[in-house]
Design a protein around this ligand. Structure first.
Ligand code: UFG
Length: 338
């Protein structure tokens, strides 16, 4: 099938593009490169061994989107495009709401005009809010978010559910990601954040590379076995394969379904630090600092529904994630800017 990836040059999208091509699908990409680099797509082409059609355009631009749908008979859209920095979203909320909501509305309007009614959306475990209990199941009540970025994910889920309610021919798959880390095992594509990373794994790899002095562990007084925050880290290639299954599912079903994409296993910050040091034989300097506002004790998935309905489950280990993240960082000290 022909699959459009919005925000196709990003971290999760590039890995998904590789797995979709490996599964025999035809991929088209749209990206405005505000938070990504066209070099990432060159590397994807190198991995898959053939060109991938890409448009440089903003998903908020109705004319550009019209042209893409007029020129390509799209079967399924995977909507990755969006601003995603939690802290930044608190500083410039209007930009987050405008960009993330507008792009989704423009995309859906264009899809409807062209009779393309299958959409897979990049949502986030952040929509669950502060969990009352873990593991998190898709049918649990979402208590609301602690930042505008999270709210855009929450609101887009509601918008898409509304689209399906109004027109039952639509097929919408909402994928709630947990904590994607790691990189393609080739070391050619990976996560390339702008500036000082906010997330744990890219921060660790920059410390390991000597680009940052030491990691600050945000709190060791959480209600967890070692006191540091527990998350469900998932290898980005496993996550990418979840999208391949979600596209297959969208082809054969109508309605709106939500799936957690996580491993179901929670690891602490110190588990990650220790595993990274061990598998890569690198000493990681760290200090314990205060808690970061908005962080929860523990967040991990119940991945049963994805296993039973999509036939998908994560296979890679924490060791794989740490080894592949370091392989990418070591080979690309400046990400795609080398
Ligand atoms: N952490 C540190 N030091 C750092 C960075 C992070 O100790 O320098 C800790 C955090 O306190 C947390 C854990 O590492 O316990 C993971 O933090 P991340 O920032 O890597 O990830 P989060 O779980 O906070 O957030 C991620 C994504 C969000 C998404 C959310 C879904 O960044 O986009 O998962 O639950 F919404």
């Amino acid at each position: 099938m022909k699959i459009l990836l919005t925000g196709g040059a990003g971290f999760i999208a590039t890995h998904t593009c590789v797995e979709l091509c490996a599964a025999g699908h035809d991929v088209v990409i749209v990206d405005n490169y505000v938070n990504s680099n066209p070099e990432a797509l060159r590397r994807v082409e190198e991995i898959v061994g053939h060109p991938v059609k890409a448009y440089e355009a903003d998903v908020c631009d109705p004319e550009a989107m019209e042209r893409i749908f007029a020129e390509n008979q799209i079967d399924v859209v995977v909507h990755f495009a969006g601003l995603k920095a939690v802290g930044e979203s608190v500083q410039i909320p209007l930009r987050y709401y405008r960009n993330n909501l507008d792009s989704t509305l423009t995309l859906c309007e264009t899809m409807a005009r062209h009779g393309c009614k299958r959409l897979v959306f990049s949502s986030s475990a952040t929509v669950y809010g502060e969990p009352d209990e873990v593991p998190l199941r898709e049918d649990m009540f979402c208590k609301g978010c602690t930042n505008p970025y999270g709210w855009t994910k929450y609101m887009i889920e509601k918008i898409l559910q509304g689209v399906v309610n109004a027109d039952p021919e639509w097929s919408v798959v909402l994928l709630r990601y947990f904590n994607p880390i790691g990189a393609h095992e080739s070391g050619r594509i990976g996560e390339d954040p702008n500036g000082i990373p906010n997330n744990l794994m890219p921060y660790i790899t920059k410390v390991a590379a000597g680009q940052l002095k030491r990691l600050t562990v945000f709190g060791n007084d959480y209600n967890t076995p070692d006191g540091t925050g527990v998350r469900d880290y998932i290898h980005v290639v496993d996550l990418a394969n979840g999208h391949v299954k979600a596209c297959d599912y969208a082809m054969d079903h109508v309605g709106c379904e939500i799936f957690n994409l996580g491993t179901g296993v929670g690891y602490s910050v110190l588990d990650l630090v220790n595993t990274f040091s061990r598998v890569n034989e690198i000493d990681l300097p760290y200090m314990i600092g205060p808690r970061r506002a908005g962080d929860v004790d523990a967040c991990y998935a119940d991945p049963k529904k994805a296993r039973e309905v999509l036939g998908w489950e994560a296979r890679k280990t924490l060791e794989d994630m740490c080894r592949d993240a370091w392989h990418w960082q070591k080979n690309n000290p400046k990400g795609y800017h080398d």
